[in-house]
Design a protein around this ligand. Structure first.
Ligand code: KIV
Length: 273
């Protein structure tokens, strides 16, 4: 039996994502943090919406993803869920909500699922968070892994440069990916690693591998929606393709509005009661 929402739209499930990998259909994934954006992405046909902890950067203006709280992630997730009919919605577990001990990890994951209505959670890391992942999975919560550049560990890495170029780190990433599959994760995000390494992981694992800065040979792609829409001007990594220049479009619109107000061109009689 497939899960159906009241609208009768056939929703995306982990099962369907697995089928997409098996038949070679690439998975599309973007971030969203609010109702309006989620409505647009969902109606456009996106497969997976990630309520990323990148909300800490693009919504709240923090330098890193570390400050965002569990309550704030739940608020964003609730808004996204209200705008979604079809997409599978995954929510990032924020820094500090799962690394400490597995009971706290389970409590955090259950809060996300219960209070937002999300369909799964994403955690950063491999062997070091094995107990937390196991505990969350045992409660029936789908878990997406995240390896490579893991922004919650930025102060350990010291930079946002490409990860796993050295053999030892590449080997650890391969072992971690294997472990996440064995534990029962339904998919893994690989961030900013060499294309050949991502290819190797995607080919050797059965579960879908979603890349961001991990090249074309993976099972799907994810981008931060503000980056791909060109709302952020400054962030220009090599892996980012901009599909619009909303920064310019929005700035022009706001400047035109200001001018019309100052010039007494807005509102006209037709725009008044
Ligand atoms: O928080 C986020 O937006 C992410 C993506 C970069 C994968 O984790």
């Amino acid at each position: 039996m497939s899960v159906q929402k009241k609208t009768d739209v056939k929703v995306i499930t982990t099962h369907q994502l697995q089928n997409m990998k098996e038949r070679g259909e690439k998975i599309s994934m973007l971030t969203a943090y609010d109702f309006s954006m989620a409505t647009i992405l969902d109606a456009a046909g996106i497969d997976v919406i990630l309520v990323g902890d990148s909300a800490s950067n693009v919504m709240a203006g923090h330098e890193t993803t570390l400050p965002i709280t569990l309550d704030q992630m739940i608020y964003h997730a609730q808004s996204v869920i209200r705008g979604t009919k079809r997409a599978f919605v995954v929510v990032d577990m924020p820094f500090g909500s799962y690394q400490g001990n597995s009971s706290e990890a389970l409590r955090s994951a259950i809060r996300i699922m219960k209070e937002s209505g999300a369909h799964g959670v994403k955690l950063e890391g491999g062997a070091e968070i094995k107990e937390s992942i196991t505990r969350i999975l045992s409660a029936g919560v789908p878990v997406m892994g995240h390896l490579g550049l893991t922004p919650q560990s930025i102060y350990k890495f010291g930079t946002y440069t490409v990860r796993a170029k050295a053999e030892a780190e590449a080997q650890k990433l391969i072992e971690d990916a294997q472990l996440l599959q064995e534990l029962g994760c339904f998919a893994i995000v690989l961030e900013k690693i060499p294309s050949e390494l991502a290819k190797r992981v995607a080919e050797s694992l059965e579960i879908p591998i979603i890349g961001i800065g991990a090249g074309p040979h993976v099972d799907g792609q994810v981008l931060v929606v503000h980056d791909m829409l060109g709302i952020n001007k400054e962030f220009k990594p090599r892996f980012l393709r901009r599909y619009a220049d909303l920064h310019t479009i929005m700035t022009d619109a706001v400047q035109n509005y200001i001018k019309d107000v100052k010039d007494r061109d807005f509102p006209t009689e037709k725009e008044a009661y």
